[in-house]
Design a protein around this ligand. Structure first.
Ligand code: NAD
Length: 316
């Protein structure tokens, strides 16, 4: 019988993490989730609770002892836990420093002490800031994030690459576009559905609605991660993961109104070219590097958003 990998997934009860856990369990691994359940939900993982190959640790990455213990006898870590709310940085300047930078440092220390030598990190397009090259390739620079969230994730990347070099840790860093799909708990699709549920006659859209971003379905995202890990064996592998096109905020509004079967929705714009300070209005990642090793997304951004709306509305 093949040896089962012992995998730790931080943030495994969250939106992306729980889909990743489904996939890792399905492939016959032994999976432990480490999650403080701040935005993670038991309903996303409850189907694994009775499985002897599955363990849930309710723990916080800011608790060094807890993460040290969780890293004992682990082969590979997917570090998915974070505070992913980009907008929060405009009102709380501490949260991304703690939940992203400090949390990642604590995890890397736990890895070092326990001799865990493989990490996967879920990074983001926001590390590029307001890029002058679109689609934006992995080697774009200088990297000047415009949100505290983007800054924190870039700091995490830097910590990971430096730990990789200093302590012989192999790392895969994935810079995601917007990821959507069933179990989404935040982001524009969720916001628009919630707003239209409250008032089906009008939809407030932050900015001028012309923000253009790339959206990828979560199952495609996980497929891409595992594809790259099987192919790329460098000490540090950095890959963008996104769709090949974009969709505007207004078109997301139209798509969601269609899926909710609302024909008379008035769109009200708050104005300005971006949703809030720190919002990058135009984002598309260059995925040539991913294409070159043989992976391509199937869905357009519009299809991913539509499928997400259907799933969240219970119509899939
Ligand atoms: P999410 O909020 O659903 O998942 C984060 C998980 O981490 C939750 O289960 C939460 O309870 C857990 N968590 C948070 N702080 C913790 C802590 N201190 N200790 C232990 N657990 C903690 O978010 P998501 O959308 O699934 O995002 C997952 C990852 O992907 C994040 O690292 C995020 O930055 C990254 N990312 C997401 C997107 C996206 O569009 N969703 C885009 C780019 C990058």
């Amino acid at each position: 019988m093949p040896v089962k990998n012992k995998i730790l997934v931080t943030g495994g009860a969250g939106f992306i993490g729980s889909h990743l856990v489904d996939c890792l369990m399905q492939k016959g691994n032994r999976v432990t989730i480490f999650d403080n359940m701040s935005s993670g939900k038991i309903e996303f993982i409850k189907h694994h609770l009775e499985n002897p190959d599955f363990t849930l640790i309710k723990g916080d990455l800011l608790d060094q002892d807890a993460i040290d213990r969780a890293c004992e006898d682990i082969d590979l870590i997917f570090h998915v836990a974070a505070n992913p709310d980009v907008r929060l940085g405009t009102s709380d300047t501490r949260v991304h420093f703690d939940q992203n930078i400090l949390a990642t440092y604590n995890l890397l220390e736990a890895m070092r002490k326990n001799n865990v030598i493989k990490i996967v990190f879920t990074s983001t397009s926001t590390i590029y800031g307001e890029a002058s090259v679109i689609p934006t390739p992995e080697n774009y620079g200088p990297l000047m994030p415009i949100s505290l969230y983007g800054a924190s994730k870039l700091a995490c990347e830097a910590l990971i690459t430096s730990y990789s070099h200093t302590f012989d840790i192999q790392a895969w860093i994935f810079r995601f576009a917007n990821i959507v799909g069933p179990r989404s708990t935040h982001g524009i699709t969720v916001d628009f559905i919630n707003k239209l549920r409250k008032n089906s006659t009008q939809l407030e859209i932050l900015g001028d609605g012309m923000q253009e971003k790339s959206y990828l379905h979560v199952l495609e995202c996980i497929d891409a991660i595992l594809f790259v890990m099987a192919k790329s064996k460098e000490n540090v592998s950095i890959f963008n993961i996104g769709a090949e096109d974009t969709i505007s905020a207004t078109d997301i509004g139209i798509t969601i109104a269609e899926e909710m079967e609302l024909s008379d929705v008035r769109f009200i714009y708050t104005g300005g070219s971006r949703g809030w300070k720190g919002d990058v209005p135009k984002m598309r990642l260059d995925i040539e590097k991913l294409n070159a090793i043989g992976w391509k997304p199937e869905y357009t951004s519009e299809r991913s958003v539509r499928e997400t709306a259907r799933a969240l509305l219970g119509r899939d």
